[in-house]
Design a protein around this ligand. Structure first.
Ligand code: HAM
Length: 529
């Protein structure tokens, strides 16, 4: 067989989206846009502004904030090396070494690429240096965005902005999880964060008579409880905002679960108590939970393993072990939610899988999602900004899984609730072709009619209507067939007669009725609908 024939027979590779990633196609993308638009609208009524963040960040940022031992950081991040010049020079240095063989005395670090001195005894140190460089230059695709928001808060000195700083974001996140319904490796989040500079104890500022701020002594009990009440109100408002958003979307079966996981005063003691209790029943637990007794006993409470449920039910509840301040904060959050008419369920097993939380944690589930039914997760993370090298700062926020939100809306048929939402219904015509929402199909015949059709399309589009203009002349019968396939509402028929009379024919495709209209009458008619 000649080379030419072999090439011809070789089938080109058929590419497919990588496992856990997917294309979002029209008409479904209209629903995504609609959901995102609603988020912009609702969040701005709560005083939030949009932040757009990089898709990748230093790996270290995520390891430090989410926690190096968490599943997200230890197993699920997409990490790659992104070396700056120093690492690149080092790489060239090692290349030079390998060219001459490592027995010879070679190259100097200051004279890279030139083969001069540095003996074998220096090599271990050089390898160590290279490892360090490599580590500090790792970047990861973001698995979530709270860490990035905190990084941006520090980078742009947002502690000097009017406080609190309220930001929201939307976009893709990446986690190498086992794909299934509602769980993807590239998924989308809509999230919001409230960050507020903390007034350090011993530095409480009160307004002097002249209206200037002066530094007073340590915080009074009254000030501390005021702060606590304020934090609780912020937590409740953030939760109210996400519930309002879901309400606006008419999301079905929404269930809000809340918990308090204490702070660095009371949680360690509870964790030790939990560990001690878990050790007593270790033999009856599965391998994951057994491992977590050592690494993170709180995560055992998260277990979905059927045989462990009875055991977990007997474990001590954190609510009984909160310190005074955390207990008061939790009570105030519940009171604040009640004042806002937000229904909740207390769930003492809600601990969340990321390390930065303290006090309030919450999760929202919705209908039609199977085992991956958490459509939103969030909580308070005071101290995270400080952990990342910033000033003492309080934080609370949430992230909605947009893929799951859309799935739930589709499952409950809510995407067809009102006019513009009519985008994903199967019975809708035009879905197969990927087209949707055509208002007017212009069926034209003849050169003069073509010019009029182009002008009419321009004017109708300017007025906000979706218009389909066939690029070549079609017989009217065929054109109307096309209009029908695309699910157009109207067909505007433009032939020689219509153009010369200045009276255009508008056909309503649903009932086949026709009317003659002048150009201004047509616009008036369509606008009134
Ligand atoms: P998270 O619980 O890891 O929290 O994620 C929030 C939501 O993102 C989940 O409830 C879920 O709906 C969605 N999600 C997570 N992983 C996947 C996946 N593989 N496929 C589809 N959807 C997924 C956070 O990310 C925190 N940053 C939330 C937060 C903001 N806490 C405070 N501020």
């Amino acid at each position: 067989m000649s080379e030419g024939t072999a090439k011809k027979e070789e089938k080109p590779r058929k590419f497919q989206a990588i496992r856990g990633t997917r294309d979002l196609l029209p008409p479904e993308t209209a629903l995504w846009n609609r959901v995102e638009q609603t988020a912009h609208e609702v969040f701005s009524t709560f005083g939030f502004g949009e932040i757009r963040l990089p898709i990748f960040e230093p790996t270290e940022l995520f390891a430090r904030s989410i926690g190096a031992e968490t599943d997200v950081v230890s197993k699920e991040m997409y990490t790659f090396s992104d070396p700056p010049e120093a690492a690149e020079n080092l790489r060239r240095f090692f290349e030079a070494i390998s060219e001459v063989g490592d027995k010879e005395p070679i190259s100097s670090a200051s004279n890279l690429g030139e083969k001069t001195t540095i003996g074998e005894k220096h090599l271990p140190e050089l390898y160590r240096l290279q490892e360090e460089w490599k580590k500090s230059d790792l970047a990861s695709l973001r698995p979530e965005a709270t860490a990035s928001v905190c990084r941006a808060y520090i980078e742009h000195s947002m502690q000097h902005w009017p406080q609190p700083v309220k930001l929201y974001y939307m976009g893709p996140m990446f986690r190498r999880e086992r794909p299934q319904k509602g769980r993807y490796r590239q998924f989308y989040q809509i999230g919001a964060e409230v960050l507020e500079r903390e007034v350090a104890s011993g530095e409480w500022r009160v307004a002097s008579r002249e209206g200037k701020e002066v530094t007073s002594g340590p915080p009074q009990a009254g000030v501390a409880s005021k702060e606590l009440a304020k934090d609780a109100a912020v937590d409740a408002e953030v939760i109210e905002m996400v519930m309002t958003f879901f309400d606006r979307l008419e999301l079905q079966g929404v269930q809000l679960d809340i918990n308090s996981i204490g702070d660095r005063n009371c949680r360690p003691k509870y964790v030790e108590l939990l560990r001690a209790e878990l050790l007593k029943v270790k033999d009856r637990l599965g391998p994951d939970s057994q491992r977590r007794i050592e690494t993170n006993p709180l995560r055992v409470l998260d277990s979905k393993v059927e045989s462990e449920q009875g055991i977990i039910a007997t474990l001590p509840h954190i609510a009984d072990h909160l310190c005074e301040a955390c207990a008061a904060h939790y009570a105030a959050v519940k009171h604040q939610l009640e004042m806002r008419g937000v229904m909740y369920r207390e769930n003492w097993r809600l601990v969340r899988g990321l390390d930065y939380y303290m006090r309030t944690t919450f999760e929202i589930t919705a209908k039609g999602l199977g085992s991956q039914n958490a459509v939103c997760g969030g909580g308070r993370y005071d101290g995270l900004v400080e952990l990342l090298g910033g000033p003492p700062t309080k934080g609370i926020g949430f992230a909605i899984g947009e893929d799951r939100l859309i799935l739930s809306l589709q499952e409950s048929g809510k995407e067809v609730a009102s006019g513009e939402w009519r985008v994903a219904s199967k019975e809708r015509k035009g879905v197969a072709s990927g087209r949707h929402g055509v208002d007017v199909y212009i069926a034209w015949m003849g050169e003069r009619a073509h010019a009029t059709a182009i002008r009419a399309a321009k004017d109708l589009r300017k007025a906000g209507f979706s218009v389909e203009l066939p690029p070549v002349e079609l017989k009217f019968g065929k054109a109307l067939g096309q209009a029908d396939k695309l699910g157009a509402k109207y067909a505007l028929i433009l032939g020689d007669n219509e153009v010369s009379e200045g009276l255009w024919t508008l056909k309503t495709l649903a009932d086949g009725s026709q009317q003659k209209l002048t150009e201004p009458q047509l616009l008036d008619f369509l606008r009134k609908l």
